[in-house]
Design a protein around this ligand. Structure first.
Ligand SMILES: Nc1ncnc2c1ncn2[C@@H]1O[C@H](COP(=O)(O)OP(=O)(O)OP(=O)(O)O)[C@@H](O)[C@H]1O
Length: 291
């Protein structure tokens, strides 16, 4: 600090000392204050976003797979992501879930959780569930056992064997079974389920952990028309209670479930809007939907 600055500072202090002093109150003398209590384990969505990406980039061997990508998702929103092969959809999910570290950019869960400071396992614990394209259920276990297993956070063999559902967990399991249309198949061996049922079971396993945000990669690929319809019903039911990010190529499925559709291309957002709006966009027709 220079002598001039010190002198100016001393003058300011002298000036303030002559100001009338307000009587002390609980807010430190101010008439009103702003404070936001933070509750451990809760995602702060007071700014209207559950997920926020800004200027995110990542390169693989000099190739920019994600290029200044910015997007956000509102709490309870069901966002559809479409785009040509290689657009960066899977890489974006890898970044959100901590599987891939971006070279630059910002990734926030709510207003306060910087996801780039967390490991993949911690991000899952924070409440971000991910469903990969291929179903990964334990085929040798029943539907019930798969859902029960999803609650076992302690990986120790002994504690897993001792694990017993409490009544709230039993209620949750029954509720999830109903949501994923598998109440009638609770005792069936998972390996004997249809492809669609396995996908629902895996979604059910994620739901057992009550995630705030669910990332779903091509959930209806390989499903029958009826299974696809029931999956649309399922997602519409989950919307509001959870936030969902759904990557899909099946346009009729997108049409049934979508509000806002984001089109990715070359690692960034090419267009965003209702499905009708993006389908009418010349650039989207050019790179993805065809003429
Ligand atoms: N680990 C990696 N190493 C090198 N290149 C990668 C890696 N991961 C992704 N890429 C490249 O980054 C680009 C984006 O891939 P990404 O899988 O994210 O696209 P996508 O939009 O999910 O495509 P699709 O619809 O085919 O699944 C592709 O060109 C891909 O080859």
């Amino acid at each position: 600090m220079t002598p001039d600055q010190m002198e100016a500072g001393a003058e300011r202090i002298a000036h303030y000392k002559h100001l009338p002093i307000e009587p002390q109150t609980e807010s430190g003398g101010r008439k009103a204050g702003f404070a936001r209590p933070v509750t451990a384990g809760e995602v702060d969505v007071t700014h209207g976003r559950i997920l926020y990406l800004e200027d995110v980039s990542v390169s693989f061997d000099g190739f920019k797979a994600i290029n200044k990508l910015s997007l956000d998702i509102a709490p309870g929103e069901l966002r559809c992501i479409i785009g040509p092969n290689g657009a960066g959809k899977t890489t974006m999910m890898d970044i959100i879930t901590g599987k891939t570290r971006p070279d630059e950019g910002t990734v926030y869960f709510g207003s306060t959780i910087d996801l780039l400071r967390h490991k993949e396992s911690e991000i899952a614990q924070l409440g971000i569930g991910r469903k990969f394209q291929k179903p990964t259920v334990f085929e040798q276990l029943t539907v019930f056992e798969n859902l029960e297993l999803a609650l076992k956070t302690d990986k120790g063999v002994k504690s897993s064997m001792m694990f017993k559902l409490d009544s709230a967990q039993s209620d949750r399991l029954a509720e999830v079974l109903e949501t994923i249309h598998l109440s009638a198949s609770v005792s069936r061996m998972s390996g004997n389920l249809s492809h669609g049922q396995k996908q629902w079971l895996e979604i059910g396993m994620l739901l057992m952990q009550d995630p705030k945000l669910l990332l779903l990669d091509e959930p209806v690929a390989g499903m029958t028309d009826e299974e696809t319809e029931r999956t649309a019903e399922l997602f519409l039911r989950l919307k509001g209670q959870h936030s969902l990010m759904v990557v899909e190529h099946d346009m009729s499925f997108i049409k049934t479930i979508s509000e806002i559709v984001t089109v990715l291309c070359d690692g960034s957002v090419l267009a965003q809007g209702t499905l009708d709006e993006v389908q009418a966009d010349e650039r989207v027709i050019e790179v993805y939907l065809g003429r």
